[in-house]
Design a protein around this ligand. Structure first.
Ligand code: ATP
Length: 623
């Protein structure tokens, strides 16, 4: 026997499990059966594709046994099994991404923490909610030695060499005193039917069948080994035959999420290629949604044989929250990873799947705005990533994005925006920035507000990088308000601007010279009403937000892009400046106007000491 230490995260999890107050403890059975089913899937695949395993003769099945005297429940499978190293690796450590953040979220309040279990899905370890000791006896297919892993959920576990007749895994739970319900055939059958009815493999269990005479006296009693699940892959069943509850339970089985999915879409395609897809949109975001090492949610099957659940290319990255299965009829069973990634059939399935998922989301948006908002709150940011890298589906994705608006509360879609555009409005306008408050008060949208033109407020990081690339929606250009062109679009009185340019020519030329190192140009603005100045960008230049994002993405050697300073000719400062006979203070005024415009955009000013000095000079003068 050898003793091993659990990884710290496992000890923390086990402690949580053993003291759990989670009300839905029955899910432990779903987790163990799902692991058994995965183990059978893996062996089935190897038996079909790998010479080493082709000679194995075995019946894929799961067996559940109850021992009322010993108070144990045993779940066995004839799957791939684990050797000693794998027992240590799989049941002594956690590789799952998001575990650290899950554990960091624990509050110490048992009740609250227990309810997090359902969201996180802790797999095998959930069995410690009902058992205070677990023995796992496993023999890896193709190997001779079997091992027993045994733990009472302390800091250590034991591994002992044992004998086991055939390959597979057998997990025995020593149930806690108050968990007797899991010693009842009908209770186990109920849980299995609920969560595991449609795993592909049969689950068997002994049932005591009694016969009674006419007077109700027990005549005979016999133990029958019965199959207690349907063992038909749910996606192969006709849609009309599947109840909503069955769809939901299947989702829970494959996703380890205990909340119901938001929606699902089940499709059988029979064109050039034959395949079935069953996709789910979760109602809560997975913990690893924003991690590079997220676990893909879609499993690939070929003619009902499981191939992989670790292929990120099955759907585009921005649909990484989608769970489900793809079952293809026309792929060879021994597809390698490289083949998978360039396979024409899979590419066709992927394309059609993306279209299907996006159209399901669009119809949810049209039919049930409230539910869609729930979806958007969780996954909107990820959907926006699609606009950056899925050019083919740009139109469909633009139907899904929602925005804050300068004119209304809540979120607005581009369709709604367009419907309420002013008659002579040429473009859809947006502003990007760090937060909603800065955007709502930005000088850049003053004239838009005055003219009652709606501006979309984009305050998420991805916006700055995504929206400049979008270009147009339904033939209407989409433009940032800090684009130097916009002035042309919203100014009403061209003559007035020309006049102002003449009036302020001297000031403009001088300011341009003063600010030559910091601003590309100094111009008269039509977009300001209250503020004296603002910053805009040439239409081909990246704006400040975009520059920030590019830097964050590792592009350090970007050339410095200078903004254009626009000034408000109606502002008192310019009226007073132009009335002056000398322009001695213009140097300070120019820098103050540039610096305050920077601050209002959420930018930093480089020389804060000079800024303060100038400001104080003017304050002292004004007092
Ligand atoms: N019955 C089994 N047969 C073979 N391997 C198993 C079995 N049960 C568990 N394992 C191995 O132990 C690993 C850990 O199982 P666990 O249930 O904790 O997580 P998981 O199944 O990988 O993740 P999740 O449950 O979140 O999908 C599995 O990935 C698998 O490799």
């Amino acid at each position: 026997m050898s003793k091993h230490q659990f990884q710290t995260e496992v000890t923390q999890l086990l402690d949580l499990m053993i003291h759990s107050l989670y009300s839905n403890k029955e899910i432990f059975l779903r987790e163990l059966v799902s692991n058994a089913s995965d183990a059978l899937d893996k062996l089935n695949y190897l038996a079909l594709t790998d010479e080493k395993y082709k000679a194995l003769s075995y019946t894929p099945r799961v067996d559940i046994a109850i021992n009322k005297e010993a108070k144990t429940l045993t779940i066995s499978d004839s799957g791939i099994g684990m050797n000693k190293e794998e027992l240590v690796e799989n049941l002594g450590t956690i590789a799952k991404s998001g575990t650290k953040s899950f554990l960091a979220n624990l509050s110490g309040d048992k009740k609250k923490d227990s309810s997090l279990i359902g969201q996180f899905g802790v797999g095998f370890y959930s069995a410690f909610m009902v058992a205070n000791k677990i023995d796992v006896i496993s023999r890896k297919a193709g190997e001779e030695t079997a091992y027993m892993w045994s733990s009472t959920a302390g800091a250590e576990y034991d591994i002992t060499e044992v004998t086991k007749e055939s390959h597979g895994t057998s997990i025995t739970l020593y149930l806690k005193d108050d968990e007797d319900e899991f010693l009842e055939f009908y209770r186990i059958q109920e849980v299995i039917k609920k969560y595991s009815n449609h795993i592909q493999f049969p689950i068997f269990m002994d049932k005591e069948v009694k016969e009674y005479d006419d007077e109700g006296k027990e005549k005979s009693s016999e133990i029958k080994n019965e199959q207690i699940n349907k063992a038909s892959a749910l996606w192969t069943v006709a849609k009309s035959q599947i109840k909503p509850e069955e769809y939901k339970d299947f989702y829970k089985q494959i996703s380890h999420d205990s909340t119901d999915p938001l929606l699902w879409s089940h499709t059988k395609a029979e064109g050039t290629f034959e395949y079935t897809t069953l996709f789910y949109i979760p109602s809560t975001p997975p913990m690893d949604l924003f991690r590079m090492d997220y676990k893909p949610g879609v499993k690939l099957y070929v003619k009902r044989v499981f191939i992989t659940d670790d292929e990120k290319e099955l759907l585009p990255t921005y649909l990484r929250f989608v769970k489900g299965i793809i079952d293809a009829e026309d792929l060879p069973l021994n597809v390698s990873r490289e083949i998978l990634q360039q396979n024409r059939i899979l590419e066709t399935i992927k394309k059609a799947s993306v279209k299907k998922i996006l159209s399901e989301l669009k119809s949810l948006k049209e039919k049930d705005a409230e539910k869609y908002l729930e979806f958007y709150k969780n996954f909107g940011r990820v959907i926006k990533e699609g606009l950056y890298n899925d050019w083919d589906n740009k139109e469909a994705l633009l139907e899904l994005v929602l925005f804050k608006s300068s004119k209304r509360d809540g979120l607005v879609s581009l369709k709604e925006y367009k419907e309420s555009m002013k008659e002579d409005q040429k473009s859809i306008y947006y502003i990007t920035g760090e937060n909603e408050r800065i955007l709502r008060n930005s000088p850049l949208i003053e004239q838009f507000k005055a003219k009652d033109i709606e501006v979309l407020l984009l305050d998420e990081e991805v916006d700055a990088i995504v929206f400049p690339m979008v270009g147009e929606y339904d033939k209407t250009p989409i433009k940032p308000v800090n684009n130097s062109d916009i002035d042309e679009e919203i100014k009403e009185d061209k003559e007035k601007v020309e006049e102002d340019e003449k009036t302020y020519k001297e000031i403009l030329v001088k300011m341009k010279e003063i600010l030559k190192d910091d601003a590309k140009d100094v111009k008269i603005s039509s977009r300001l009403s209250d503020s004296p100045s603002c910053l805009v960008y040439d239409k081909n230049d990246p704006d400040f937000q975009m520059q920030q994002m590019l830097k964050q993405m590792g592009q350090d050697n970007l050339p410095t892009v200078k903004p254009i300073l626009e000034i408000n000719p109606e502002h008192e400062i310019f009226k007073k400046l132009s009335a002056k006979s000398d322009l001695l203070e213009l140097n300070d005024v120019a820098f103050l106007l540039l610096d305050q415009a920077k601050l209002q955009e959420g930018m930093k000013i480089e020389d804060t000491a000079a800024f303060a000095k100038r400001l104080n000079k003017f304050i002292a003068k004004a007092l």
